[in-house]
Design a protein around this ligand. Structure first.
Ligand SMILES: CC(C)CC(=O)SCCNC(=O)CCNC(=O)[C@H](O)C(C)(C)COP(=O)(O)OP(=O)(O)OC[C@H]1O[C@@H](n2cnc3c(N)ncnc32)[C@H](O)[C@@H]1OP(=O)(O)O
Ligand SMILES: O=C(O)CCC(=O)C(=O)O
Length: 406
């Protein structure tokens, strides 16, 4: 697998991040210390019975490794970097009217700190995101695009295409069985930034139009996934534990990061929909670690150890093309897939190019850094000894505007 590689700093970074005009102070946001106070504010939406949550996960199908062996490492990296520099940004975004049912809260525009005023979100939509930390836009991605993502995913599973840097993962319950290239053995593909067809998702005007409401105009695609949640084997390993995505990210500020997650088919509690804890984006980053599940846990599926049990949970039932945008501190996860089908969703975490990297040493993120760097070094060789920032710089790609810090 490839979590990343070193990129020359002179190429990838620029000084002087521009202001985004965000009302809240862009003061440096630090990673939380290892021991931190548990704080969990949170509004209430509809209270539902607790969802069963947990993880699904991965195993490399070997394509990055194969690719890496085909060419010297330094040349491969240079090729990627030059590719990034040549790539144009995604271009102008046309505004469309929005759809979606919104509930309101008692905010005034001057109090907004999680959304930007660019005439895309309605006032009600902004209020909803400010209050809840997520926003579902119905029917955002056209069927034709979803079909193309599906086709490409199937080609990857059959190994007809082997995108550079892609991580192919399989569920922990089959992680030690012999690998046969098929959709049934592929739980997730991650880091598809070099796959032209899948990466189209991150450049879709429909998506970027909304992303800009959270990140501002300079947009980086930081982390990409197509999740193929498998039918649960009975061990409940298809669950994704409740977590905050910021745990994985060594960049800040969190308010300039947003995830877009698009259902590729009808998704409900039966096949493992997303479950979110509304309002938890207003809390802090909490310590994460592996949940103690009897049936096993997928690699790197860390969960929050001490979330507020009484916090309301909302299950996001979505149709094909519906897209949820959510804040990286929002506590979320997904339940087990009780059907025989493979539940598909495609997602990208976007960040403002004005964000900056942080050092997570001495913070609660140190455990995930250790795992990620350990795997990257195993793959690329210790002599390259990458740190978390190098890894993220490797996979980050500009999709709109100007590459500034990240
Ligand atoms: C915001 C966002 C990041 C939120 C999330 O998505 S959280 C989850 C993030 N998860 C990940 O990023 C997982 C990344 N996965 C990977 O990096 C890879 O699939 C690996 C788990 C490292 C496996 O890499 P691979 O190249 O396939 O290496 P190998 O086949 O040689 O396996 C190495 C050892 O790992 C084991 N393994 C593979 N898949 C899993 C799994 N799903 N769960 C637990 N263990 C697993 C495998 O059995 C092998 O173990 P040993 O033979 O060394 O004992
Ligand atoms: O798609 C899912 O089931 C969960 C995805 C998720 O929570 C994540 O990757 O952060």
């Amino acid at each position: 697998m490839v979590w990343g590689a070193r990129q020359p700093r002179a190429v990838a970074r620029r000084a002087d991040p521009s202001g985004l005009g965000r009302p809240s102070s862009p003061a440096r946001e630090m990673a939380p210390p290892l021991i931190q106070p548990a704080s969990c504010p949170g509004p209430r939406l509809e209270a539902e019975p607790p969802a069963e949550l947990n993880g699904a996960e991965t195993l490399s199908g070997g394509s990055p490794r194969a690719a890496a062996m085909e060419q010297p490492r330094a040349a491969a990296r240079l090729q990627i970097i030059l590719g990034h520099l040549r790539r144009p940004s995604a271009g102008a975004v046309v505004a469309h009217p929005t759809t979606g049912t919104i509930s309101s809260a008692s905010f005034h525009p001057q109090q907004f700190q999680y959304t930007l005023d660019n005439n895309v979100l309605t006032l009600e939509q902004r209020k909803f995101y400010e209050e809840n930390g997520f926003l579902v836009i119905k029917n955002l991605v056209p069927d034709a695009d979803i079909q193309r993502f599906r086709n490409e995913f199937e080609k990857i599973c059959r190994k007809e295409v082997k995108p550079f840097g892609l991580v192919v993962m399989r569920d922990v319950t089959i992680s030690k069985s012999e690998y046969t290239p098929s959709e049934k053995m592929t739980t997730k593909v991650q880091d598809f930034q070099e796959d032209k067809e899948l990466f189209r998702y991150c450049t879709l005007p429909e998506i970027l139009k909304y992303v800009e409401c959270f990140t501002g105009p300079n947009i980086m695609a930081m982390h990409t996934m197509l999740i193929n949640k498998p039918p649960d084997s009975g061990k409940k390993t298809s669950r994704h534990p409740l977590h905050q995505d910021l745990h994985y990210f060594p960049f800040r500020p969190s308010n300039l990061i947003v995830c877009a997650w698009t259902a590729m088919e009808h998704i409900d509690r039966n096949n493992g929909c997303l479950v979110v804890l509304p309002g938890t984006h207003k809390g802090s980053l909490k310590p994460h670690d592996y949940p103690k599940w009897e049936g096993g846990v997928n690699k790197m599926f860390h969960g929050i150890q001490d979330y507020e049990e009484n916090n309301a949970r909302v299950h996001l039932v979505m149709e094909k093309g519906d897209t949820v945008f959510f804040h990286p501190l929002l506590i979320h996860g997904s339940g087990q897939n009780k059907t025989q089908g493979f539940r598909k969703a495609i997602s990208c975490h976007f960040a403002s190019a004005d964000c900056h990297y942080i050092d997570v040493k001495g913070t609660s993120q140190e455990n995930i850094e250790k795992e990620v760097v350990g795997i990257a070094n195993k793959f690329w060789g210790d002599e390259n000894s990458m740190n978390l920032k190098d890894i993220w710089m490797f996979r980050a790609r500009l999709v709109k505007g100007e590459r500034i810090n990240l």
